[in-house]
Each structure stands twice: as C-alpha cells, then as structure tokens.
Write a protein that binds this ligand. Structure first.
Ligand code: BGC
Length: 714
C-alpha cells in the first residue's frame, strides 16, 4: 500500500498546531474538523455493522430529520458467519462499503471481531463467532469488500472486549498465550491480511490500562510488532486522559458529548504541547496517520476525482442481503422430516410468537438501522403463501414495551460508568411477571394451534436482550416463552419452532420438539429467507459458528465466575472455552460448534491427506449429495497435537469451505493446512511454534460429527 510520505510531510509542514489538533478529535459526533485553508476535508464516520446508521445532528443525539437515510439492513455478523461462505462475507462487505460511500461516509465502524466468549454478552449479535479461525476467514473478505469502495473499514473493538457489564472500566486479565491464540488473530488478520485502514480501541481496560491508551495493545503489538500504519480511532468516549492517550499510539479521539473543544485531544492537548508536556512530534505522528488514511481513501491527492461514489438501497444490495440471509438460517432439528412444509398439503397456518411480527432493525445500540424495510417472519410467510391459505397470527406471550421519546438517546449517557446503562426504550421482564396477561394470550395461541393444519412458532430474543451496554443475566428465553412452547408442544408435537437471537438460548423442551430452526438477525430480507427455508424453496445450509450448551451452568465462564464483574475479569479458562472446553471436559452440548442440518444427506468419502513437505498437508475428500434436493454443505477440517508440550485443545478448527452439490452428484474438496496451522504460542520464545511430532487431522460436518481422522507427522 502506498504510504504517501512525501505528500504527507509537505502538508504537515504547512499545518499549525491548532489545525493539526482539529484533525484528530471529534468536531461532531461522527466527524472530525476540517482545515479549509489547505483543502483538508472533515472525516465522516458511521456505524456499522448491519448497515449505515441514520444521520444525527452534529451535536445532538437527535435524528437529523430528512427521510433520506433509510438503508439496506444487512444480516448481522453472526448471521454472516453462520453461512460459512466467504464469498457471501465479501458480498456483504461490498454492500456495506458501497452504501457507506453512497451516504458520503469515509469510515464505516465495522466489522465487530470480538470473540463470543460467553453467551450472555449483550453485543454477541454484532460479533462473528466463538472461534478465531472463523473470525479470521470471515472478517478478511468483509473488510476487503468494504474497502473496495474507497471507504475505510474500522475493525472493532480492540481488544478483549467480551462483555458489556462495566464496559468503560472493567479490567480484563488474559494470559499471553490465550491472548495470542484466541483474542488477537481476528484483529491481526483484519489489519495485516485484509488491510483494514483503521481499528477502534475498546472501552475496557487491558492489564490495568484503558485499551484506548494501552502501550501494550497499541504501541507494542499494533505499531511495533505488526508494523501497522493505519489509523487508530478511539471508541466513542474510550479516551480517559490527554497525556496517557497522546503518548500512546491512539490517533483520533471520538466521544459522545458535544463539548468537542474540551475533548482530551482538543484544547487540553494544545495546552499540553504548549506547556512542553507533550512533544509536538507526538501530535505530528497522529496527523500523519490521519492524512495517510485520507490519501488512501482518495480524499486528498491526485486521485480525488476518481474516488468511488458508492450507492445505497440498490436492488442488487437487497438481493445480496437475501442471499446471505438464506444461507445463514440453521436447521437444528427435523425429526420425521416435518420440514420443508409442502404448501399444497395444508390450508390453515397458525403463526404464533412475538418475534413473528416485529421489526428488529431499529434496536441493539449503535448497530441500530433505519431499514428501508424489514420483512418480518409473518410477512415473509404470508408473502410466500399468497391468498389461498388462511394464516392466523397470535402473539402467544406478552412483550412489555416502552415508547421512546424522540428526544431521548441512550448514547449520550452511554459512557456513564456509575449507572448500569439505562436505555429509554429497553425493557426486560421477569419470569411470571405478566402471568395474568399471558393467561389470555396462551389460551388464544393454543386454540389457534388446535385449529390449524400447520403451526409455526417464532420466538427467541430481541434487542431488549441483544443489546450494546447490557449483558443478559441468563440464557433463558424471556417473556415466559418456555411455558407457552411446552403447552403448544403438548397439543401440537409437530409444531415448527423458529428462534431468532444473537447468541445461544436454553431450550428445555428440546427433546419434545421435532423441528427447530435458528436464525440470527438476518437483515431486511430475513423474513422472506425464513419462509423460503420453511417451504423448501431454499435448502438450509447455515451452521452454528458457536456452541449451544444445554444450560448456562455448563459454560466455563459461568463455572469460573469470570464474567460480568464491573471491576475485573480474569480469563482463567485460558484457551479452554466454547468447544475447546466442552471437548476437554467431555460435556455434552445441545448443538455443537459447526452444526447444522440440511433437507438432503451428504456422504463424505474418498479421504486422502497428502503430505506436501515442510509441515504442510493437502486434505482431500468428496461430498456426495444422497438426497433428492440440491444442497450446500459447510465442511470443516480440525487438527490437534497428539502429545503436546503444553495443554492444548483436543482439536481446533483450521480450515473450512462450503460446497454446493446437486442431488445425486459428488463434489471434491481440497483444503490446505500449513505448518503454522498446527502451532501454539510459546510464551518463553514469544512466538508461535509447531512442535515436531504427531498430529490428528479431522474432517467433519461439525466439531462433533467427524467423518474421518488420520494421524500425520511433522
Ligand atoms: C460503540 C461503538 C460504536 C460507537 C459509535 C460506541 O458506543 O461501542 O461500537 O461504533 O459507539 O456509535
């Protein structure tokens, strides 16, 4: 990548201290200041990651007004990950980048690449996976797609930002090996492989320092080790001091309050330079990084007129959002082949559940979207069936709500560390709290279920639970849904259950249920994609990019109590969380990492693992479609060291791909594993090491459905 040093130095030499400072802090909630005299424009940001956020006034958390900021609402990062399709990740990134540019943004605050360490984390829906390899492979194409439109991605939140409780101050303590093997690979791939032009520092602390001022994370790892020359932006309100932050590699300070001149990187920084506390050269370095970003985005320099203009709300964008949604939906259970439902074989459909008839897009915190439209599951079902079927809808259970006053904003208060974040429009309920109201709703739903030919329940979580700033207390379904599901299963054991959430939920009725579908927040076409899966126009091919435990108590972070403290969280489990933990401890999970069914059956065969020298292997096999519909299958290759010198997971995901196989046909798969894929982080040597010795390579349809394994020697 060009570094534009000559042009940068020339421009830098002309800037006054005040002008330099203008460029490195917020002069509006989503922009920096401009330097008109030298034609340096203001820099415009927007959230991410499910689309470009609506416009706010410069200094008030108020909608801007005009209705020109509705956008394509894209499937969430969790949904993208569950497609296991890197091509769709790229297409989603491309849509996001084009829309961001189309809305005149310079940077889109996406993607979120934090590890889903505990299912309670409120922002899990914004993140990709529990597994670093899935995160790496999926975030690289997203970022490349975004940046093709001359707009910067901003990978977030760096680093070890895995809970919302006490988010501005909680100190995270992670041992070096775990940091390197689990929590950093996504960021490293985003910055070095995808070339993300920017990265956002996290709110939390890391080993005692605020992430946005961290010498270890920013200076040592990003700048020195990784030689990263992109721009480091703070999370909004993540900077806590002038001196510490200025002396760290942090470049641009953004925040949530309108006192822009008093930001740490505003007047106080000018004063610190004038008083000789901070060297002007320190400021220069931040300005260089900011100018370099502008040159790379063609905001400055000879190519300004060639900068891409982008586009938003195009038909093509909606089609891509639909495609991603349709491949993200996960079939968890399908006994007696209840699904797909044959439209010609039923007339009366009872759709039950609040999530069937809800708009999720305008919720979740900074990821909220003003969607051009959102096809709800109910609308998707009705659109797919047309007028010859009778579709009834009953809410099934009560969801309390609070109307939002147009002048209220959670974001203005979002950095207040004293109070648990209070959202004006978020409201949760306790089990049994609305028992009275529910009695009536339950009866109505049960009657509807009894009368219908087909019953589809659509429940799960919503953005009262999947939300920035607030974790969940447990992973149970809210609003007494478990009670109504049990009751409905008693009268209709063939009921199709659809759950929508950003993270795992407990399903205490799972043994009784015959047919269960899971969907993450799937964007504006989510309801159409769901209907197409239910009625068999789309053969489901999504797989879980995280483990679904039976209950919260099975998770290691529940057992070690290292989640949700406002002060300090020690990642005592090290690398053993998620499937790495369940496999080590032989704990049965409800649905394993990598799992998802199809309407067809795939037969894996012709296994051949060839050594290619130098510790690398080509893993070959075939996947045959044995059923009578075309399908797609995400195939996975895991590896584990047989006699490790440090304790290592039984196996870890190393490679995957998704193959499309027509009925009766066979596809061949070839995946490469290199020596580095077998490595662990050696704390003494401060490097990744691959021991000589034996390793097991596993080929599977999920982490627990292993079709073949073999020992190789390095
Ligand atoms: C969030 C970021 C977001 C920023 C700007 C913060 O509250 O943590 O993810 O990009 O606000 O809205």
């Amino acid at each position: 990548m060009t570094d534009f040093s000559k042009e940068i130095e020339e421009l830098l030499s002309k800037l006054t201290l005040e002008e330099k400072i203008t460029m490195i802090h917020g002069a509006g909630f989503f922009r920096t200041g401009e330097v008109e005299r030298l034609n340096i424009p203001a820099f415009y940001f927007s959230d991410g990651p499910m689309g470009v956020r609506s416009e706010f006034k410069n200094d008030e958390w108020m909608p801007y007004g005009p209705d020109d900021d509705f956008v394509t609402y894209l499937p969430s990062n969790s949904a993208i990950a569950s497609t296991w399709n890197t091509e769709l990740a790229y297409e989603s990134g491309k849509v996001l980048g084009e829309e961001a540019r189309g809305r005149a943004k310079d940077m889109i605050l996406a993607p979120g690449v934090n590890i889903k360490r505990d299912p309670r984390c409120g922002r899990n829906f914004e993140y990709l996976s529990e597994d670093p390899r899935v995160i790496e492979r999926m975030c690289v194409p997203i970022i490349k797609g975004i940046q093709e439109s001359d707009v910067s991605a901003c990978v977030k939140h760096y680093a070890v930002n895995n809970q919302e409780t006490g988010r501005m101050a909680v100190d995270t303590e992670v041992d070096e090996r775990t940091l390197r093997e689990i929590y950093l690979p996504g960021f490293k791939a985003a910055l070095l492989e995808a070339g993300s032009l920017s990265v956002m520092g996290a709110y939390n602390k890391f080993r005692g320092e605020q992430c946005c001022e961290s010498k270890v994370l920013l200076d040592k790892i990003l700048r020195e080790e990784w030689n990263y020359d992109g721009t480091i932006v703070s999370d909004w309100g993540g900077v806590h001091s002038t001196e510490e932050a200025a002396n760290s590699a942090m470049d641009i300070e953004m925040s949530v309050t309108p006192d822009f001149d008093d930001y740490f990187f505003a007047k106080p920084l000018i004063k610190a330079v004038e008083d000789g506390v901070i060297a002007e050269e320190t400021v220069n370095e931040k300005v260089r990084n900011t100018l370099r970003l502008m040159y790379r985005l063609k905001m400055l320099g000879s190519e300004v007129n060639a900068r891409k203009a982008g586009a938003y709300n195009t038909k093509e964008h909606r089609e891509k959002a639909y495609k991603t949604a349709s491949e993200s939906i996960i079939l968890l259970k399908n006994e007696n082949k209840i699904l797909p439902l044959n439209k010609n074989k039923f007339k009366k459909v009872a759709v039950i559940g609040a999530n069937a008839d809800v708009m999720h897009s305008f919720g979740g915190g900074s990821a909220e979207i003003k969607a051009l439209y959102e096809v709800s599951p109910l609308m998707g079902i009705k659109m797919a069936l047309g007028g010859n079927h009778k579709v009834t809808y009953s809410k099934g259970y009560h969801v309390p709500s609070k109307a939002m006053n147009a002048t209220e904003s959670w974001q203005a208060e979002s950095t207040n560390t004293d109070a648990e974040l209070e959202y004006p429009y978020v409201i949760r309920s306790k089990p049994g709290q609305f028992a009275e109201i529910n009695k009536g709703l339950f009866d109505e739903a049960i009657n509807a279920a009894k009368e219908a030919d087909v019953v589809i329940f659509v429940g799960g979580l919503d953005h009262n639970y999947d939300i920035e700033g607030k974790d969940r207390d447990d992973i149970k379904l809210p609003y007494d849904q478990d009670i109504i599901i049990e009751k409905l299963l008693d009268v209709r054991e063939d009921m199709v259950i659809v759950l929508n959430a950003g993270s795992p939920v407990e399903m205490p009725w799972i043994d009784k249920a015959k047919s269960v579908v899971f969907t993450y927040y799937a964007g504006l076409e989510g309801g159409s994609a769901l209907a197409d899966v239910l009625f068999g126009d789309v053969n489901p091919s999504g797989k879980l990019s995280e483990s679904f435990p039976y209950k919260l108590e099975d998770t290691v972070t529940y057992k070690n109590g290292q989640f949700g403290s406002k002060e300090k969280v020690v990642y005592e489990e090290g690398v053993f969380y998620g499937y790495r933990y369940y496999e080590k401890e032989n704990i049965n999970v409800m649905f394993p990492f990598g799992y998802g069914l199809s309407y067809t059956e795939f037969k894996y065969d012709d296994f051949n693992v060839k050594s290619c020298g130098n510790g690398s292997f080509e893993v070959c096999f075939s996947v045959e479609n044995m059923g009578d519909v075309d399908g797609m299958e995400a195939v996975q290759v895991y590896a584990g060291e047989n006699n490790p010198t440090v304790e290592r997971p039984v196996k870890e995901l190393k490679a995957f791909t998704k193959v499309s196989v027509k009925k009766g046909e066979k596809a061949s798969v070839s995946l490469m594993l290199n020596k580095a894929d077998f490595a662990y982080y050696d704390v003494e040597k401060k490097d990744f090491i691959t021991n000589s010795g034996d390793y097991t390579i596993y080929i599977g349809a999920s982490s627990s459905d292993i079709k073949f394994k073999t020992t190789v020697t390095i």
